[in-house]
Design a protein around this ligand. Sequence first.
Ligand code: ADP
Length: 466
Amino acid sequence: MATPDSKHILTTTLAFASPAIAVLAVLVGVGALAVGPAIVAGLVVLALVALFAARPLGRLRQLQNRIEEMIAGGVSQTPDGAGEALTDPGGGAIGDLAAAFQRLERNWSRDRKALTDGLGAAATLFDALPDPLVTLDRQSRLVYANAAARTLLADGRPEDDVRSRDLSAVLRQPLVLEAVAEVLGGAATRAVEFTLTDRVDQTFEARVEAIAGADVGDDDAVALLLLRDVTAQRQSEQSRADFVANVSHELRTPLTSLIGFIETLREAAKDDADARDRFLTLMATQSDRMARLVDDLLSLSRIEMNEHTLPEGAVDLHSVMGTVTDLLAPQAHQRNIAIETQLDSVTGPVAGDTDELIQLFQNLIENAIKYAREGTVVRIAADSTADTATISVIDQGDGIGREHLARLTERFYRIDTARSRELGGTGLGLAIVKHIVNRHRGTLKIDSELGKGSTFAVTLQRHRPS
Ligand code: ADP
């Protein structure tokens, strides 16, 4: 069977030889040449033309192959990155054409390398982004997903597994899908918020933007979806709002009673000395409560402000505990509670701020006195290692249910709000304790058994003289 090359040689040979063969035919026709020699001459012409046409045709064929290769996306490369030289470029017009082609091939190969490098760098950059980012085609199928998006939407599967999947198959969020549909339908940009509840609740802000570009194919990216994790931001906004609402509520209650008492003193009890004394006592209780709340709020904000600076003083826990037990002796006496302190194992100072540690142990021991059963013992025990000192405040109270333990140090979290208020609590004591412990890079451990009592253990770092 004739190959394309031999067909080319045959047709080219016939085309080039045809004038000479025509001349031979005329010579035979006019009787100037015998048929036999004319045939021999014709065959010689054909053979010579075929011989001369073969090489340029081969060179053209080589060029054609290289062009086909380029179209298919590959370039024969030498190690220095230039295109591989043609085996037989030759001279003349075909040689010039081959040289021009080689220049074109070199430029094309350089541009292609720059483009591939650029794309590689862009992919590395997008993968380094902490926020999930995907691009979508007209049918809302994934064209590209960066590493964060693959982790969030496809359990970290490789890019090839994710490509071409429908967005709705990996992110079942109607609000996002609607926003994407609107952008695919011509809108420039859309932003929505959604919450993933799969594992822990995570809130994301999704931004969908159209990618500008004309004449895109069906598989090309036309929209970009960027997800930003706003969970921490929303939580902090919510806790700030809750805090303001709590503070307002805590202040409002005593304030309302004060306003009521003032009103009564002005009118009904104006001339009643006994009632006046009674009301003034109640008013003093309410204003004390407000003052305590404001004091606790100020302490909390002061400690929070300094939370990131480690206190460097050397604090003697024996003297701290002496101050605290002296301060709380009247309260303990009132409830017939004995405070037993056993700090022998604490030999050296701990690193910290004396005033804050006084406040910390005052809050813990005051709680122990408040929530212990009357007539019981509050024990203060110690345990030391080479690096730490642990002080435990142990009471014999009603104990705390397991479900409350994790939330106990939240601001205003109380197990029994009415009882806490009755005992003069602000609901901020343990929040202050937690912040002081954090500032001291220590730990707070709460153990409790219902009906038996609770243990609040604080571990602090020993002071190292520098
Ligand atoms: P409060 O001012 O209400 O005492 P805290 O922040 O000091 O606020 O404590 C929060 C809540 O933790 C209290 O309302 C109380 O319900 C509980 N609690 C704290 N200490 C103890 C304890 N030793 N025994 C039992 N419950 C306690």
